[in-house]
Design a protein around this ligand. Structure first.
Ligand SMILES: [Zn+2]
Ligand SMILES: [Zn+2]
Length: 785
C-alpha cells in the first residue's frame, strides 16, 4: 500500500473486519472471505455463526467468524468494498476458540471446506434452539418505591401480604412459581407489582429437556491391580502436557477402571475430560459407571440417541462450563469445552471402525482425539484389547505413545475357553436334508448353557434371511441383482417370519420387491442360498423350545434396531435375564459386559475375511477376539465356539488363543512389504455419475490432474514434499454402481500425512475437489466405499 494512497490507515470509526468461512462445498480461499461487522455486532467473537451476503446476487448464506482481523493489519482488500455481516445466527451459539482451531485442522487434514466442517460441529438442535425456554425471575426491588411519592400506587392488603411472603422465600424466584405460592390464579397480579416498581424482573434462558436416564447407583472403588495402577499413575503424571498412551488390556482386564481413576485426577485438578465410546447404546452403561464413581463430578452425554432438546441441553451445559466430564460417541470429540480447560481425552475401544465418520468431514474420531489433545496440551489415552495396527505401530516401532499392558483379567474373572469348529467337516454329518447353520458342537453348547441357566450371545455378521437368490437349475447361472446397483439382492422374511411372503432388499440402495417365484431366464423355480441373521433365528426357534422370538430370544441388527433406544432396551432386557439368547451382527460384539453370558457363538467367522479390503484379516481378528471376550465376565467360567470354513486362517486361530501380539507382528510384516497403511497414508477419492463413460472419464482426468501435482518420484523435495506420493490409476469401486450412479475410485498413497495433506490442499486450491453428490474424499479411509 502506497504512503500516498487516499486512506493509508483505517478511519477512526472504520468497522472491525472479520474473516468468515461460509457453509459451502467449495473453498478456493481456504480461510474464508472478509466482511465488516456493523456497529450492533461489533463485539462478535471468533466462533460465532452469522449470516452474510454472498456473490453478485448477495445470497443470504450462513457462515462462521473464524478470525477477527486486527486494526493494525492490512486486510488485503479494499475496505470501502467490504460487505457487512447481515446478522448473528438466531441460536447465538459461539464455538470456543480451541474448537475453531481444531475445526481448521479437521478441514485441512480431511479435505473438507472449513465452513462445512464448522457446520457439522454444531448440532442441528443447538442451531435451531430446540428446547430453549425463557423464564422470568423476580426479586424485591431495592429500595421499595416511596408510598408518599406522587403517582405511587398504594398497595392493597393482599399485595402487602404477597411482598412479605416473598421476603421469606429463596430469591430470585420464577414468576409463575411465586404467583402460585402467593395464591394468585394468574401471573397478572405479579406483573402489576413489577409495573409498579415493587418487584424487579429479569429474563433467563435455559434449555429444557426430558430427563436422561442413567443406569447404576453409587459404586465402591475396587482395589486397583498393579498393572492398572502403573497405567493410571503414568497418565496422571502427564496431566498438563500432551502425551499419547495406549492401554492394551485383554477383555475384562479393567481398562475402564484406569479411565475412571485418570478422569478423577483430571477433575480434581479443575480440568475437564472427554471420554469417547464406540457405540451409542453403550453410553448409558458407561455414564452409569462413571457417575457412580465420580459422585461429585457433573457428567454430560453427547450422542445421537438423545432427543433434540436433550442434545441442545447437554451441549449448552458444556459450553457454559457446567460439566466436568463428557461421555459420548464419535462426535463428542467436538464437545464445546471452554478454552484452556480440557485436561484429558480418552478413546475406548479405539480400534472400532465406527469411529470413522462416513460423510464429510470424514474424520476418524481416534485420530481427531489425538489432535484435540495436542491442541489442548493434555494427554490422550487410547484403549483396546485388539488395538488398531495404526495405534500398535505408534506404541511399539514408532514409540510415539506409551504402551501400558493389562495382560490379566480382573481378579475373579477367568479367560473363556475358545473352540474352533471346522464347519465343513461338521456339515458332512447332517442327515436331515435341511440347511443347518448351527453345527452339532454349537447346538450342544447352546443347549447345555440354557439348561444350566446361563445366557448366550450369538454373532452372525450378515443381515436378512439369505444373501443369494438364484435359479434352482444348476445349468442356469441367473441370479437376482438390483436393477439400480451392481449387487445381489438379499432375501428377507416378513414380520411374521414366513418364507412364503418373503421380499428381497438391496442393502445398498434399500430398494425392495417381492421374492420372484421363477427364474427370469428359464422359468424354473427360484431358490435362496446363504446365511443371514433371520435364518439363524428360524433355526433356533425350531431347535430350542425355551427360545421364543421377541421374548426369550432377541435379534439385534440394523433391521430390528432402528434407533439407539431399541438397542438400549434390548440390552436392558438381556441384562435383567428375561432374554436368554441375544443374536445379531457386530453390534453385539462391542464392549457388552453381562456376567451371566457363559457361551458366545460365532455362526460364521468367515464373513469378514471375504471382504475386498486389505484390512479383512484385522477386522476378523478384532471381531472374533472381541466377541469371545464377552463370555465369562461373571463368577461362572465362559466358553466360545467359533464356526468357520477356514479353521487354519491365522486371524481366526490367533484370535481364538488371544494372541494379539503375534497377529500384529505378522500382519504388520505384510503391510510393510506391500507398503500399505499404517506404513503409508491412504486417501480414497470416489467419483459418482449416472453415465458410465462420463464417470470413468472424470475419474481418469482427476487422477491425471492429481498426478501432475504430485512430486517427481526421483526428486520429491523439489516440490516441497518430503517423500513419494503415489496416485494410482482410477478403477471401478468394489460395488461399481449404487442407486443408478456409477462409481470410480482413485487411491492416493503417501509416505507421510504431511505429504498427503499437501497434495490434497494443492488440489483444493485449484478447485479440483468439489465435494458433494459427485465426489467424496476419504482421507485415511478404513473401508471400501
Ligand atoms: Zn440397489
Ligand atoms: Zn434359470
Amino acid at each position: 500500500m502506497s504512503l500516498f494512497a487516499s486512506e493509508p490507515f483505517p478511519a477512526a470509526d472504520a468497522p472491525p473486519l472479520v474473516v468468515v468461512a461460509v457453509e459451502r462445498a467449495v473453498d478456493r480461499s481456504p480461510d474464508g472471505l472478509t466482511y465488516a461487522l456493523p456497529p450492533a455486532l461489533a463485539a462478535l467473537p471468533e466462533g460465532a455463526r452469522v449470516e452474510v451476503p454472498l456473490g453478485r446476487g448477495e445470497t443470504k448464506t450462513p457462515g462462521w467468524i473464524v478470525r477477527r482481523i486486527p486494526e493494525t493489519e492490512d486486510p488485503g482488500v479494499d475496505r470501502a468494498k467490504v460487505k457487512y455481516i447481515l446478522a448473528q445466527d438466531e441460536s447465538g451459539a459461539v464455538l470456543p476458540g480451541e474448537l475453531v482451531q481444531f475445526a481448521r485442522w479437521i478441514s485441512a487434514y480431511y479435505a473438507c471446506p472449513i465452513g462445512m466442517t464448522l457446520a457439522s460441529i454444531l448440532p442441528a438442535a443447538v442451531r435451531k434452539s430446540i428446547g430453549r425456554v425463557e423464564r422470568t425471575l423476580i426479586d424485591l426491588a431495592e429500595p421499595q418505591p416511596d408510598p408518599s411519592a406522587t403517582g405511587a400506587k398504594k398497595l392493597n392488603p393482599r399485595q402487602k401480604q404477597a411482598l412479605a411472603l416473598l421476603a421469606t422465600l429463596p430469591r430470585p424466584i420464577e414468576l409463575t412459581e411465586f404467583a402460585h405460592a402467593a395464591g394468585y390464579s394468574s401471573p397478572a397480579p405479579v406483573r402489576a407489582l413489577i409495573a409498579s416498581g415493587h418487584l424487579v424482573a429479569h429474563r433467563k434462558t435455559a434449555v429444557e429437556a426430558g430427563f436422561i436416564a442413567r443406569s447404576g447407583g453409587v459404586a465402591p472403588a475396587p482395589e486397583p491391580t498393579a498393572d492398572q495402577r502403573a497405567a493410571f499413575d503414568a497418565i496422571c503424571a502427564d496431566l498438563g502436557r500432551f502425551s499419547q498412551h495406549l492401554v492394551f488390556g485383554v477383555t475384562g482386564s479393567g481398562k475402564t477402571e484406569v479411565y475412571i481413576r485418570a478422569i478423577e485426577e483430571c477433575v480434581r485438578r479443575g480440568k475437564r475430560a472427554i471420554l469417547l465410546v464406540p457405540e451409542i447404546a453403550l453410553t448409558p452403561q458407561t455414564v452409569g459407571r462413571i457417575a457412580g464413581r465420580l459422585v461429585h463430578a457433573k457428567v454430560a452425554v453427547l450422542h445421537s440417541g438423545l432427543t433434540a432438546a436433550q442434545r441442545n441441553q447437554q451441549w449448552t451445559l458444556l459450553a457454559e462450563g457446567g460439566a466436568d466430564v463428557v461421555v459420548g460417541a464419535r462426535s463428542a470429540i467436538f464437545a464445546p469445552i471452554p478454552d484452556r480447560s480440557l485436561g484429558l481425552v480418552i478413546v475406548d475401544e479405539e480400534h472400532e471402525p465406527g469411529y470413522k465418520q462416513d460423510s464429510a468431514p470424514r474424520y476418524h474420531g481416534r485420530d481427531a482425539a489425538i489432535r484435540r489433545a495436542q491442541l489442548a496440551s493434555c494427554p490422550v489415552v487410547l484403549g483396546s484389547a485388539t488395538p488398531s495396527l495404526e495405534s500398535w505401530l505408534n506404541a511399539t516401532e514408532r514409540r510415539l505413545s506409551r504402551l501400558h499392558r493389562l495382560p490379566k483379567r480382573a481378579p475373579g474373572l477367568q479367560v473363556p475357553k475358545v473352540s474352533i469348529v471346522d464347519f465343513a467337516a461338521e456339515r458332512r454329518g447332517f442327515r436331515d436334508g435341511r440347511v443347518n447353520l448351527l453345527g452339532p458342537t454349537l447346538r450342544e453348547g447352546i443347549a447345555t448353557t440354557l439348561d444350566a441357566g446361563g445366557q448366550v450371545l450369538l454373532l452372525l455378521n450378515r443381515r436378512g434371511y439369505a444373501n443369494y437368490i438364484g435359479c434352482s437349475d444348476p445349468r442356469c447361472d441367473w441370479t437376482l441383482t438390483c436393477t439400480e446397483c451392481d449387487a445381489g439382492m438379499i432375501c428377507h422374511v416378513d414380520a411374521r417370519g414366513q418364507i412364503r411372503r418373503s421380499f428381497v432388499r438391496c442393502h445398498h440402495c434399500l430398494a425392495e420387491q417381492l421374492l420372484p417365484k421363477t427364474c427370469a431366464d428359464c422359468g424354473k423355480p427360484v431358490t435362496v442360498f446363504g446365511l443371514g441373521t433371520q435364518r439363524v433365528e428360524e433355526e433356533l426357534s425350531r431347535t430350542y423350545p425355551a427360545l421364543v422370538e421377541g421374548q426369550t430370544m432377541l435379534r439385534v441388527d440394523s433391521d430390528t434396531m432402528q434407533t439407539a433406544a431399541h438397542f438400549h432396551d434390548a440390552l436392558e432386557r438381556f441384562g435383567k435375564g428375561e432374554v436368554r439368547l441375544l443374536m445379531g451382527t457386530q453390534m453385539i460384539a462391542k464392549g457388552l459386559d453381562f456376567p451371566n453370558v457363559r457361551l458366545v457363538g460365532v455362526v460364521s467367522a468367515d464373513t469378514a475375511l471375504a471382504l475386498p479390503d486389505f484390512r479383512a484379516s484385522e477386522r476378523t481378528f478384532q471381531l472374533v477376539s472381541q466377541v469371545c471376550g464377552r463370555a465369562g465376565r461373571g463368577e461362572k467360567p465362559g466358553r466360545a465356539i467359533i464356526q468357520t470354513f477356514e479353521p487354519d486362517a491365522p486371524a481366526i486361530r490367533l484370535a481364538a488363543t488371544g494372541d494379539f501380539e503375534t497377529f500384529a507382528t505378522r500382519e504388520l510384516t505384510d503391510r510393510k512389504e506391500y507398503r500399505l497403511p499404517p506404513y503409508r497414508r491412504l486417501a480414497r477419492l470416489v467419483l459418482r455419475h449416472p453415465g458410465e463413460t462420463e464417470c470413468e472419464k472424470r475419474a481418469t482426468d482427476l487422477a491425471d490432474a492429481l498426478r501432475a501435482l504430485a512430486p517427481e518420484p526421483t526428486n520429491p523435495r523439489a516440490g516441497g514434499f518430503s517423500g513419494v506420493v503415489e496416485v494410482r490409476s482410477a478403477t471401478p469401486c468394489a460395488v461399481a454402481r449404487i442407486a443408478g450412479r456409477y462409481r470410480w475410485q482413485i487411491e492416493v498413497l503417501a509416505d507421510s500425512a504431511a505429504d498427503l495433506s499437501k497434495l490434497l490442499a494443492d488440489a483444493r486450491s485449484r478447485g479440483l475437489l468439489r465435494l458433494g453428490e459427485e465426489l467424496a474424499v476419504d482421507v485415511d479411509a478404513i473401508a471400501a466405499m
